[in-house]
Design a binder for this molecule. Structure first.
Ligand code: NAD
Length: 247
């Protein structure tokens, strides 16, 4: 049955593919963007509409509780109560811990992890009342294994999965599932901007022999958001081409 989804960071590289996969599954989709991204977000919205997907767009900052509250209120007023939440907004500010400034630590934790509290908090009561919900956090391979120069990012992404495992246990009996997805290296603009030589060395570490595609992440998120995935909760699904395997 068609539901309403909210994808934070929905106008970004992976977010756009998640929105499309959810829309293709028949859901109404709302996405948020940050102010500096407005023009490209509106362009994506118009192009998507021309292709048959009419996304609802809202501007806001997931690192602010008040902004998250206002975005969810707007979506619930203009679209419908949110049944599916995808916490996808994220940033990197890479540097070794020795050189890391407080701002680099705090902004990454605020946008990647505290945002999960800020946004989930706005939708959970409604999901509990309706006895249905799907929450998916976009974590990362580097949250599973750690990465040189990413102590802030890896901490935030591991934290997302700790959150998913715990909340999953609290709401499992209420028809709500909470999972994380951990992409490896995906061929988004950000990754494609890495110099070819460095990218080649990354690809050499991926047994499948290529970068992942945003659509491969979107497809898994759409499955986790479906009714068929009702028995999957508190799980992390790694999507990394075999780069990091674990039981
Ligand atoms: P991206 O930069 O294209 O998208 C990130 C989105 O988050 C952007 O649209 C940005 O506007 C939004 N965002 C940033 N700060 C925000 C804020 N304060 N409030 C609201 N939105 C904000 O990057 P992407 O590659 O599409 O990454 C999407 C998610 O996937 C991120 O959480 C990232 O950490 C994760 N991820 C990406 C890769 C990869 O290889 N690209 C790998 C693993 C995990």
């Amino acid at each position: 049955m068609a539901k309403t989804a909210f994808v934070t960071g929905g106008a970004g590289g992976i977010g756009q593919a998640i929105c499309k996969c959810l829309a293709d599954a028949g859901h109404k989709v709302a996405a948020c963007y940050i102010a500096p991204e407005k023009d490209s977000a509106l362009q994506w919205q118009a192009e998507s509409k021309a292709q048959g997907n009419d996304y609802y767009l809202v501007e806001g900052d997931v690192s602010s509780f008040e902004s998250a509250q206002s975005m969810v209120q707007q979506i619930e007023k203009d679209v419908a109560p949110i049944d599916i939440l995808v916490n996808c907004a994220g940033i990197t500010k890479d540097t070794t811990f020795k050189k890391m400034k407080e701002e680099q630590w705090k902004s990454v934790i605020d946008i990647n992890l505290n945002s999960v509290f800020n946004v989930t908090k706005q939708v959970l009561d409604g999901m509990l009342e309706r006895q249905y919900g799907r929450i998916v956090c976009i974590s990362s391979l580097n949250g599973q294994k750690g990465q040189f120069g990413q102590s802030n990012y890896s901490a935030s992404k591991s934290g997302m999965h700790g959150f998913a495992m715990s909340l999953a246990q609290e709401v499992a009996s209420k028809g709500i599932t909470v999972n994380s997805v951990s992409p490896g290296y995906i061929g988004t603009k950000m990754v494609m901007a890495i110099p070819q030589k460095v990218r080649d060395s990354i690809v050499a570490q991926i047994p499948v022999g290529r970068l992942g595609t945003p659509e491969e992440i979107g497809a898994v998120v759409a499955f986790l958001a479906s009714d068929d995935a009702g028995f999957i909760t508190g799980s992390n699904i790694a999507i990394n081409g075999g780069q990091h395997t674990q039981f």
